[in-house]
Design a protein around this ligand. Sequence first.
Ligand code: CU
Length: 183
Amino acid sequence: MKTVNTFGILALSFGLFAASCGNSSQSNNETVDHSAHQAEAPATSEAPAPATEPAGSAAAASNEVVIESNDQMKYNLSEINVNAAEPVKLTLKHVGTMKNDVMGHNVVVLKAGADVAAFTTAAMNAKDKDYIPESKDVIAHTKVIGGGEQDAIEFTLPGPGTYDFICSFPGHAGIMKGKIIAQ
Ligand SMILES: [Cu+2]
């Protein structure tokens, strides 16, 4: 029994060590990441964006959109107002820790009037295509990301209107959905 306790303490202190180690290495990411995945290096350098939902500005049109997603299968935004005449830069961040095969998220922007339910069903069977089935209704989409990752896309909407966006990871679109209102 004593060995179990000792092991528990060791595991705990290792966990703490690993956590503090993770924090300190994060500040050094700029040098460390060069040899690693290039796609993630700019992600971390852009990361220190402050809170993305200042309560008052939700209705103000901005074409620089940041959507957060989490381990609770939620986006932090359900309505996004943009200027229809200009390109939209949309960044999806996964602020959770779960991997993309378990709690993966994306953002799929669909054409106005798209059959969201039909698209969602088709997406379930499109795992080999990153859950983006062949469809005329897709305007743009991010890749499926896991905790700690982000992906940015840029697209231009066809014109003023209301566009559905969803997460097409199986089982998520019922909750992870919203509207882009372009004026
Ligand atoms: Cu999702």
